[in-house]
Write a protein that binds this ligand. Structure first.
Ligand SMILES: Nc1ncnc2c1ncn2[C@@H]1O[C@H](COP(=O)(O)OP(=O)(O)OP(=O)(O)O)[C@@H](O)[C@H]1O
Length: 414
């Protein structure tokens, strides 16, 4: 370790102390995590979860493990150095983040998480302290509790910091899934808006109470396993109606609120995966709509009648909230009723976004590309919370009919 000179201590966690250090050979600034316990054999080191999982990860949003050194029975991890963690940034901030900044953080976190899940690991302790930031880049760190997705339950060891702990873990489910990371990301996203934790429970029971005050008490209809789980730990739920999340997070757009509600679904099976979450309209707000729907729509219009209104005026916004639900929706609010979807799938790789039932039941609204990027309409969605109305009616007139639908276009043109 004489190759390194410690500059200062930057963190003191449960398992180790983290130092900023200079690599004297390369002049590179690194972070050294010195583990608190002693390691007498290499095998112990190699079998550490942090080592096993991080060795396999290579992603711009996952902190890079550069080297492992064992010296005098002490173990050191050498990581790429990051300026600070997300908790420190939120703590020191006077003003809330802009939605654009939150979108950027969230998209990076979800990309890192999707990569990790795809590579067979889940993190189990996502929290702002474990999200490291340099400039505008955010990376997932601290794989001390990471577990292999394929490892066999029961998972009985301690998991995650209370405020970000998923309800199935709070109810001591022994077979939780990567969806626990998705819950934590939802709680973190809310915190990015308000700069204070969404569910700041003071004990495990208070944690469930805090979740109920926001999401309302769960029942069988929204989480089929809830009764069995609560009975098995002798837990009786408080009967509390849900809050309006837009009141709790007044600076969040409807898309943001909807994404948080989906990520923080009581039922882990209804949570989108990290990869699916990246398709949510929250990530496409402000995306440039390619000169709207020239083919096949434009061709149709020229043949059959009025041109779509591509310019927006203030008076184009109705009073119904779904009128401004998706900004980009409004760029194409034409009076077209006979769009040929088959044409669309053949000639265009643009994706149509379908939003079902937002107003009736925001909690269960679902967003999904109606046409996949390969143009096929037949690939059913895999999103568990998908409303049954999806693709029921393929008649295109229903795209723009009276139903509450939003259409956007954000794919790349071939
Ligand atoms: N690569 C890094 N660059 C800069 N700072 C880091 C780095 N890794 C960790 N830190 C700092 O050290 C803190 C603790 O690190 P880490 O979470 O890995 O330790 P831990 O002992 O596993 O903590 P925990 O108690 O959360 O399990 C982090 O919150 C962060 O502030």
């Amino acid at each position: 370790m004489e190759r390194y000179r410690v500059v200062k201590e930057v963190g003191d966690g449960t398992c180790g102390c983290v130092y900023k250090a200079l690599n004297l050979e390369t002049n590179e600034i690194v972070a050294i995590k010195k583990m608190k316990r002693k390691f007498y054999f290499w095998e112990e080191c190699i079998n550490l979860r942090e080592v096993k999982s991080l060795r396999k990860m290579n992603h711009p949003n996952i902190v890079k493990l550069k080297e492992i050194v064992r010296e005098n029975h002490e173990l050191f991890f050498i990581f790429e150095y990051m300026e600070c963690n997300l908790y420190q940034i939120m703590r020191d901030r006077q003003n809330s983040f802009t939605e654009g900044e939150i979108r950027s953080f969230m998209s990076q976190i979800l990309q890192g998480l999707a990569y990790m899940h795809k590579n067979g690991y889940f993190h189990r302790d996502l929290k702002p302290e474990n999200l490291l930031v340099t400039n505008d880049i955010i990376k997932i760190a601290d794989f001390g509790l990471a577990r292999e997705v394929m490892s066999k339950p029961p998972y009985t060891d301690y998991v995650s910091t209370r405020w970000y702990r998923a309800p199935e873990v709070l109810l001591h489910s022994s077979s939780y899934t990567p969806a626990i990371d998705v819950w934590a990301v939802g709680a973190i996203m809310a915190e990015l808006f308000t700069l204070s934790p969404l569910f700041p429970g003071e004990s495990e029971t208070d944690q469930i109470y805090k979740i109920c005050t926001v999401l309302g008490t769960p029942d069988r209809s929204i989480w089929p396993e809830v009764m069995d789980l609560s009975r098995s730990v002798n837990f009786r739920f408080f009967q509390i109606p849900p809050a309006n999340l837009s009141d709790v997070i007044p600076n969040a757009s409807l898309e943001a609120v909807d994404l948080i509600l989906q990520l923080c679904s009581w039922d882990p099976q209804r949570r989108p995966t990290a990869e699916q979450s990246l398709q949510h309209p929250f990530f496409h707000v402000g995306t440039w709509v390619p000169y709207p729907l020239r083919d096949p729509f434009y061709a149709k219009i020229n043949e059959t009648g009025p041109k779509p209104k591509l310019e927006l005026n203030l008076w184009d916004f109705g009073t119904e909230s779904d009128d401004c639900f998706l900004g980009l929706t409004l760029a194409v609010k034409p009076s077209i009723t006979n769009i040929d979807v088959n044409d669309a799938s053949q000639h265009s790789r643009e994706e149509f976004l379908f939003c079902s039932g937002y107003q009736e039941n925001p909690r269960h609204s679902v967003f999904w590309p109606l046409i996949s990027s390969n143009g096929s309409m037949n690939d059913g969605p895999t999103m568990p919370s998908l409303s049954s109305s999806y693709l029921v009616n393929r008649n295109c007139s229903d795209f723009y009919g009276e139903s509450k639908l939003a259409v956007g276009s954000f794919g790349t043109r071939p």
